[in-house]
Design a protein around this ligand. Structure first.
Ligand code: GLC
Length: 435
């Protein structure tokens, strides 16, 4: 594994990566017959991905692939964690824009697929993964991986926002799992006032990509949206969005179920106090479940429930569609090796391993139904419909500009409370970007 500095600070050469990792000579760890296939005899490819980790890391998974066959040697290039979405995006754009074939394989957040495809950086994959392969994935994800009729990404893992809650605290308070934001607020306040927990509800208000994810969920749960399906009509200053952002603001300023700190928190800082036992509720991604149930990392193991996020009265719950997908560099000189590697990475066995070892949900319905997954990650099976029905962020090659406009306007609204005025400004900016 090499790190982001090696990736972004100087032109990335394969030799530099191999020297950094020791993999150029590193046959010592390889078993039996495969050990005999020296690294030099293998096709060397680089694989850049945000740094996901759980019981296992992405680097370890890539090593298992290296050990499983004797033709291809993958070097993992570690990018920042997925919560640093903007930084991961920047690092990839810098590399892909050079069009020099490095990295050979990468993983892409679902929001970058249109941009990378439209720039001609992602290899169309239809001739390798045709209809008979595509039918084994959730159709919505194949759609998310398809740009202008071409499959330019291969599904890896799907994610969606969800509500984590403390089963013990709810039981003690005689409360049900909330289905509306009003119920969540009342239950949180009741437990806070009784001294059951310091915080009521933790979420992510930092000016970062995750704020847009939280936004999509609350706006969606009020019956609104950001961009209409026509890709041109901006909905972010309409009444449901205003109601949603006002609610987000009020969790801090009015009902005080959320601390001021959520404004500077992304995923991990908001997860910390929850698994330390200090909050009734938390909005976060699926990775939290494994940590929350791990007695060495959490003081609330055995007391955690997961449910769909609440909604406004008469409306429906919305979960933001997240997750990362594999991409092959359109300029790679190692196409066959790259395809072999992503075929293995996206296979049912590897998806199961990643779901149980890293807590990342599969993109194949068949893996969701495997007994091992149901035993180790029960909530994934229970919330399958939430994953499958998740709401995408705007799909456009201009997404990086759209997200920055949303992040800055919503951040300001959360601080100054001028919700309608800030959303009007966001609307004008976004209309100019997509217009
Ligand atoms: C998660 C999601 C990704 C999202 C990011 C925001 O990694 O999978 O889609 O953009 O969080 O922090």
């Amino acid at each position: 594994m090499t790190n982001i500095k090696a990736f972004s600070a100087r032109p990335f050469t394969r030799r530099a990566a191999l020297t950094a990792t020791g993999l150029a000579l590193g046959t010592a760890a390889l078993p039996g017959s495969i050990k005999r296939a020296r690294a030099a005899d293998r096709t060397q490819i680089t694989f850049a991905s945000a740094n996901f980790y759980g019981k296992e890391t992405i680097g370890q998974i890539a090593d298992i692939y290296n050990q499983s066959q004797s033709k291809v040697q993958v070097t993992y290039v570690q990018l920042p964690p997925p919560s640093s979405s903007t930084e991961v995006h920047q690092a990839l754009v810098q590399q892909l824009a050079r069009r020099n074939g490095t990295p050979d394989v990468f993983t892409q957040d679902v929001i970058w697929i249109a941009e990378f495809a439209s720039a001609g950086w992602a290899l169309p994959l239809d001739s390798y993964f045709g209809a008979s392969v595509q039918k084994d994935y959730f159709p919505g994800l194949i759609q998310a991986c398809t740009f202008r009729g071409k499959l330019t990404a291969l599904p890896w893992h799907v994610d969606s926002g969800m509500l984590y809650y403390r089963t013990d605290l709810l039981q003690k308070a005689g409360a049900q799992v909330p289905t509306t934001w009003q119920e969540l607020t009342e239950t949180a306040q009741k437990i806070q006032q009784a001294g059951g927990a310091k915080f009521g509800y933790l979420w992510q208000g930092k000016q970062a990509e995750v704020l847009v994810c939280d936004l999509v969920e609350v706006v969606g749960s009020a019956g609104g949206g950001i961009l209409a399906p026509d890709g041109k009509t901006v909905l972010i200053a309409e009444a449901p969005a205003v109601e949603a952002v006002q609610f987000m603001h009020d969790t801090i300023a009015k009902s005080k179920i959320s601390p001021q700190d959520v404004l500077s928190w992304d995923e991990e800082p908001s997860r910390g106090p929850f698994t330390a036992g200090d909050s009734v509720f938390l909005r976060n991604w699926s990775y939290v479940y494994k940590i929350a149930e791990d007695q060495t990392a959490s003081s609330i193991a055995g007391k955690v429930g997961v449910a769909p996020l609440p909604h406004f009265p008469g409306k429906q719950s919305a979960a933001c569609l997240g997750g990362y997908q594999y991409g092959v560099n359109a300029h790679t000189q190692n196409r066959e090796a790259a395809i072999d590697f992503i075929t293995w990475m996206s296979s049912p066995d590897t998806q199961l391993r990643i779901a149980t070892g890293l807590g990342l949900a599969p993109t194949r319905p068949a893996v969701f139904d495997q007994p091992e997954l149901i035993a180790k990650q029960p909530f994934m099976h229970t919330l399958k419909d939430v994953f499958v029905g998740a709401t995408p962020r705007p799909v456009t090659p201009l997404y990086p500009q759209v997200t920055l406009a949303l992040q800055s306007a919503v951040s300001r609204a959360l601080v100054n409370g001028n919700v309608q005025a800030e959303l009007n400004r966001a609307k004008d900016k976004i209309a100019a970007i997509v217009g």
